[in-house]
Design a protein around this ligand. Structure first.
Ligand code: SAH
Ligand code: SF4
Ligand code: F3S
Length: 442
């Protein structure tokens, strides 16, 4: 009889979580499980959760509720809830009360031990609630099962010290802890040797403060990048996320002068009103952000800038919002991740007066996206008729596309998939709705 055991992981939230799920997959494979994309076939189901906004949390709660039926059909099913949501105070108890069928609830601080907890659950068949209050030491040499073929995630640091007034991350991910330069170099070297990844994505909540916790006066983000750029191999280095207050001119110069550094940079601004930025505890002004962006465009050729924006932060007036729209026009973002402010228990902003009514928030986000679409369309139209140096790849819908240096995607209409991974020159012929269509030049 075939007694293969299957795992199913569903990931919510940011890249940090996506990468954590690759570590979870590594641990489950080590235990002999094989992946299934169908929850109904699974012997173990893991939800790697996010609590950045209320919408994320309620969606996950509903999905956990759905597990009840699966557990009723298969009483040996193991269900695991981990990730940021569980790290909130009192959440593990609440989950167990609402969903008594759960097997394991585990926090972010001890996720690396999931493998042990599963083994012990299998022996004892008893609910395990293992959420630690304190961060554990960084675990090295983890078994990571990377899912992606184009890019590889590498943690360079964990946690956040910034305490932006709206944000729950510092409470659920703990304080900043940097991995050692040697360990990161070792990991990137081994990824480069595999020759599979065109991009190494360095992960941290605020990569610009990498190494500050070592207090050695030498280790910082640029120091690390310098070591990584010296590693042989045909790959680009990118990073997520960076905080504008710590984005040094040294870093701008470094990116500008190193070909290995990706030109796609995510630089969350959150608001274009200095008054709101102050209330958000972001510690920069809209003017400082704009002059940083000026410096980046002046020095980094092919720069493609993306950002995060929150609308409807407590006290945000129509005028504050219009300042955000002005900043958006000014910065020429290639894409914007816009969010409606969501009250998070335990954060300072949740107690601020002047919470903005939902209707107003909704109206502002709609206008922000409309502005983004208009600006994007203008930018794409300006590419028609021009030729770009690209790399051919298959996109998530299975189409052959060419990626320009600044991460624009052009659907190739005259090539075949055999050129995948190769460098090519592509002439943009037309813009179809939001899609650029182009031909590979022979
Ligand atoms: N460390 C990253 C952000 C992680 S959270 C950084 O600082 O860039 C990703 C994004 O979610 C944030 O940039 C912010 O725009 C948004 N966000 C965080 N808390 C939020 C809240 N309470 N309501 C709405 N959006 C929020
Ligand atoms: Fe949250 Fe701010 Fe830290 Fe980003 S920098 S994770 S927005 S507290
Ligand atoms: Fe969500 Fe945690 Fe990321 S709260 S956005 S998964 S750090």
């Amino acid at each position: 009889m075939d007694n293969t055991q299957f795992y199913f992981i569903e990931t919510f939230g940011c890249q940090m979580n996506v990468h954590d799920s690759e570590k979870i997959a590594g641990m489950l494979r080590d235990l002999g499980y094989v992946e299934t994309k169908d929850k109904n076939n699974a012997d173990i189901i893991v939800f790697n959760t996010c609590c950045i906004r209320e919408t994320a949390e309620s969606k996950i709660m509903a999905k956990i509720g759905d597990l009840k039926a699966l557990k009723a059909r298969n009483k040996n099913l193991i269900t695991v809830i981990c990730g940021c949501m569980t790290q909130q105070r009192g959440m593990a108890e609440l989950l167990k009360k609402r969903f008594p069928f759960l097997s394991i609830v585990i926090g972010t601080h001890n996720l690396d031990r999931l493998e042990e907890y599963i083994v012990s659950y299998k022996k004892q068949k008893k609910f395990q609630n293992i959420v630690w209050d304190k961060e554990q030491e960084i675990t090295e040499n983890q078994k990571i099962y990377r899912d992606s073929t184009n890019h590889a995630f590498v943690n360079i640091m964990y946690g956040c010290n910034n305490f932006c007034s709206y944000c729950i991350v510092p409470y659920v991910r703990g304080r900043e802890r940097s991995r050692s330069v040697d360990e990161i170099v070792k990991e990137v070297k081994s990824l480069a040797q595999q020759n599979r990844y065109s991009e190494i994505v360095l992960l941290g909540q605020n990569v610009n403060s990498y190494g500050q916790d070592f207090k050695d006066g030498v280790t910082n983000f640029v120091y690390l990048l310098d070591k990584l750029c010296k590693i042989q191999g045909d790959f680009k280095i990118s990073f997520m996320s960076s905080h504008p207050k710590d984005f040094s001119s040294e870093l701008v110069d470094f990116i500008a002068s190193h070909q290995k550094m990706s030109r796609a940079i995510h630089l969350p601004v959150q608001s274009g009103s200095s008054r709101i930025l102050k209330l958000m505890n972001r510690r920069y002004t809209a003017e400082a952000y704009k002059s940083l962006v000026d410096d980046m465009y002046a020095k980094i050729s092919g720069l493609s800038l993306t950002t995060d924006i929150i609308v409807g932060f407590p006290g945000e007036t129509e005028d504050d919002f219009l300042q955000t729209c002005d900043l958006v026009k000014y910065c020429k973002f290639s894409s914007i991740f816009g969010f409606v402010y969501s009250k998070r228990n335990g954060t300072p902003a949740a107690k601020f007066e002047n919470q903005v009514p939902y209707k107003v928030k909704k109206d502002r986000i709609t206008r922000l996206f409309a502005l983004e679409h208009q600006l994007q369309k203008e930018e794409l139209l300006s590419m028609v008729g021009k030729t770009f140096d690209c790399i051919a790849e298959i996109n998530d819908k299975g189409f052959l596309v060419a990626k320009t240096e600044n991460h624009k995607s052009i659907k190739i209409v005259n090539g075949n998939k055999s050129i995948c991974g190769e460098k090519c020159k592509v002439k943009v012929k037309a813009l179809d709705e939001k899609e650029l269509l182009g031909e590979v030049l022979k």
